[in-house]
Design a protein around this ligand. Structure first.
Ligand SMILES: Nc1ncnc2c1ncn2[C@@H]1O[C@H](COP(=O)(O)OP(=O)(O)OP(=O)(O)O)[C@@H](O)[C@H]1O
Length: 227
């Protein structure tokens, strides 16, 4: 479902004399439906960079990244938007939303974009918010002022509101209390059981051991290690 073949990436630092930083070479991995794969490796090894290339925010210099039938490396913005609409979900570490949009709408929005009627979309969003223990009095407010853990749970609800066949998770259990951490792990297990292909960064080792079928250490793709 997700495949990365021989991908390389360098950053050109235009504000630092055009210095070129080669950060990835020969990155290769695949995630099958129903599988959860962890990206591991030391800080700075390139985990986030690889996730951003799969999400389509960073360009790949060479190699091929596919999600389902879409070749995301080199894809036009329109194709990236289409992929994100129904196929590829993403739970980033930090919630980014427009100000003043109520939480219920923030979570329902991916379904509205897919054409799900507003009542049904909001009912599904409400179910997830309740499951993730976001107090109902907060649903009509923008999440911009919520606590870190509340924002993370809104982000998770938004990433799970549609049954995306592929999911990218960036530290989904990072700032959660034990009860919510357990809920999120169960949601990830349910996503696997319905056949989602999941690629994640999990610094929470117990969560990684429970959820992930295997790990890919990106240190193997850093140019120094490959040399
Ligand atoms: N936008 C950017 N411009 C320049 N260099 C970047 C950019 N993004 C990442 N890098 C560099 O790429 C390398 C890999 O960074 P990345 O954030 O992918 O690592 P990571 O494994 O996710 O680290 P961490 O676990 O600390 O989040 C680092 O050396 C970083 O400085």
């Amino acid at each position: 479902m997700i495949s990365v073949e021989n991908v390389g990436k360098a950053f050109t630092l235009h504000n630092q004399g055009g210095a070129v930083l080669r950060v990835m070479e020969g990155a290769t991995l695949s995630v099958a439906p129903g599988e959860c794969v962890a990206l591991t490796g030391a800080s700075g090894a390139g985990k986030s960079t690889l996730m951003r290339m799969i999400w389509g925010n960073y360009r790949t210099d060479h190699g091929v990244i596919r999600v389902g039938d879409t070749v995301i490396s080199g894809a036009a913005p329109r194709a990236v938007i289409a992929l994100r609409k129904g196929t590829l979900g993403h739970v980033s570490q930090f919630l980014r939303v427009l100000p003043r949009v109520p939480t219920l709408r923030v979570v329902a929005e991916p379904l509205l974009t897919l054409g799900v009627p507003a009542g049904e979309a909001e009912a599904r969003a409400a179910g997830l918010l309740a499951r993730l223990r976001i107090a109902e009095r907060l649903w009509g407010l923008s999440p911009t002022t919520f606590s870190g853990g509340e924002q993370q749970r809104v982000n998770i609800a938004r990433g799970f509101v549609h049954p995306y066949p592929a999911l990218l998770l960036d530290e989904p259990t990072a700032s959660l209390d034990p009860a919510n951490r357990e809920t999120v792990m169960t949601m990830i297990e349910e996503a696997k059981a319905r056949g989602a292909a999941i690629l994640g960064i999990f610094h929470d080792e117990a969560a990684r051991a429970r959820l992930c079928d295997r790990a890919v250490d990106v240190t193997g793709f850093t140019p120094q290690a490959a040399a």
